[in-house]
Design a protein around this ligand. Sequence first.
Ligand SMILES: C[S@@+](CC[C@H](N)C(=O)[O-])C[C@H]1O[C@@H](n2cnc3c(N)ncnc32)[C@H](O)[C@@H]1O
Length: 230
Amino acid sequence: MTPRLPNRLQTAADLVRADRLTADVGTDHGYLPAFLVMSGKTQRAIASDIGKGPLKNAEKTVKEYGLEKNISLILSDGLQNIPHETQEIVIAGMGGTLIAEILAAAPWIRNEAVHLVLQPMTHSYDVRKFLSENGFTIDTEKTCSDAGRTYLVISAYFSGKNEEKDEFYYYFGDTVGTETETERAYLKKQLRYLSSRYEGLQKMGNTREAAVFGDVLTQAKKREDWKDLW
Ligand SMILES: C[S@@+](CC[C@H](N)C(=O)[O-])C[C@H]1O[C@@H](n2cnc3c(N)ncnc32)[C@H](O)[C@@H]1O
């Protein structure tokens, strides 16, 4: 039986393009590559991790499902030891700052054949900023929830277009709407974060930095479609 993925990994798996060598960076248990192979989405996958312990966990999954011929286990700090013919790269369950650092350390991914599926647990700001300033275009962002927590998954391609966007974009992106409960929950979470940063900085008398958050909040308050998020 195919391993059942938590919603955030299922959302990531749904965004992976079929029939391409796919690497799951920071795989730990290896469920995502196992699911991709067993569901027939891809024939070949890489389960990689920086830690020997997590890679052992992935090995256990690979053996349990008899996927030794389909999944390579690679010990790697980020994308360092990942073969450059890899076209689908998934990085899930890490902070956005670390995800941006991993991407920055691998110039070989600046290639139009490469597709990124990123699931930052925090700091989606850092991921969007890195992507836009380094020639990647976000084609979609999906939200989902698991056990009352909201998650974001970003899909991006290398387009070669470096675009400096504004702070508002780095906090919210421009593909998350207000249609679904999880989209609204994500936007609310970002608004709460911005409000608490703004208030904290104001209390500390750091008006200059507070103004950056204040400007984003002012822009957000102008959005008619966001009126019921406050
Ligand atoms: C919380 S687990 C996430 C596991 C799985 N991707 C998921 O989303 O359920 C984070 C994993 O990332 C690995 N990791 C942390 N930094 C890494 C790096 N620089 N390169 C590769 N893996 C890393 C950790 O060893 C750990 O196994």
